[in-house]
Design a protein around this ligand. Structure first.
Ligand code: ADP
Ligand code: MG
Length: 254
């Protein structure tokens, strides 16, 4: 069953055709990766799915409902949660507070009420804190709950961004270059974490340059270049595609 269907997506920035007629669908419960050189349009596809950008043309359907045209917070509340290529954490806040922000995205009181600390939401706040701690614990970071986020090493900040996204209880999780800046060991840990998240029933759309990570854990790949689809298929097939080797993979996976 497809959870996300992108049809004929276009995004133009003035004269630049950043996404040019991209169509794909993501099967529920899978890890689906989007790869390609810098500037290929990967992040722009994410931005069109999450409502950050309005597509110039085309449509996005989530669970058979058209979501293109909806606002980012509406799309998040439907269960599509993302992380960012450049981390968007509140570095002056504690680790726990950062995760709680994620949780607020889908809580009943809503993000604003939570942030303004409206008294009637106190009980809910306690529940959110409990859930946030559970998420931190699942990443072996519960002992860092009261640490200021900004004092964490970079690898832990990436984990924190992932924990915050999970606290929102996504059905579809979009990860934009989650291994960027990580060392080999950290990337391997991340791969395990992503697979564990998928195994808990969360569908994952992944943009990533670390090809060993992508090829190891992805069920399907979509390859973009200059906004256009080069090919799509399972990793074993895509690795053998001569055009993909030429424009992106080099000989490493030939
Ligand atoms: N807000 C924007 N305004 C103008 N051009 C943009 C904007 N966002 C992305 N682009 C351009 O669109 C193209 C695709 O960018 P992007 O989606 O970030 O690529 P990728 O994530 O694959 O590296 C690039 O040429 C980039 O410069
Ligand atoms: Mg990008």
């Amino acid at each position: 069953m497809s959870i996300l269907t992108v049809k004929g997506l276009h995004k133009k920035f003035g004269g630049l055709h950043a996404v040019n007629d991209v169509s794909f669908s993501v099967e529920k419960g899978t890890i689906h990766a989007v790869i390609g050189p810098n500037g290929a349009g990967k992040t722009t596809v994410f931005n069109c799915i999450t409502g950050t950008y309005q597509a110039t043309a085309g449509s996005v359907e989530f669970k058979d409902k058209v979501i293109s045209g909806s606002k980012p917070h509406q799309i998040a509340s439907m269960g599509i949660i993302r992380t960012f290529q450049n981390l968007k954490l509140a570095l002056n806040m504690s680790v726990l507070e950062n995760v709680m922000i994620g949780r607020h995205i889908r809580s009943k009181a809503g993000f604003l009420a939570g942030m303004l600390n409206v008294p009637w939401s106190w009980k809910e706040e306690k529940l959110i804190e409990k859930k946030a701690l559970e998420v931190l614990d699942s990443f072996a970071m519960a002992d860092k709950a009261n640490t200021q986020a900004g004092s964490l090493p970079f690898g832990k900040l990436r984990t924190l961004e992932l924990a915050r996204a999970l606290a929102a209880e996504p059905e579809l999780l979009l990860l934009d270059e989650p291994a960027s800046g990580l060392n080999t060991h950290e990337s391997e840990e991340l791969a395990k974490q992503i697979v564990a998240i998928r195994d808990r029933g969360v569908t994952i759309l992944l943009v990533e340059h670390d090809m060993s990570l992508v090829m190891d854990i992805s069920d399907m790949l979509l390859v973009l270049n200059f906004g256009k689809t080069i090919t799509a298929g399972p990793p074993r097939e895509v690795q053998l595609n001569q055009e993909v080797i030429n424009i992106y993979l080099g000989e490493a996976y030939a």
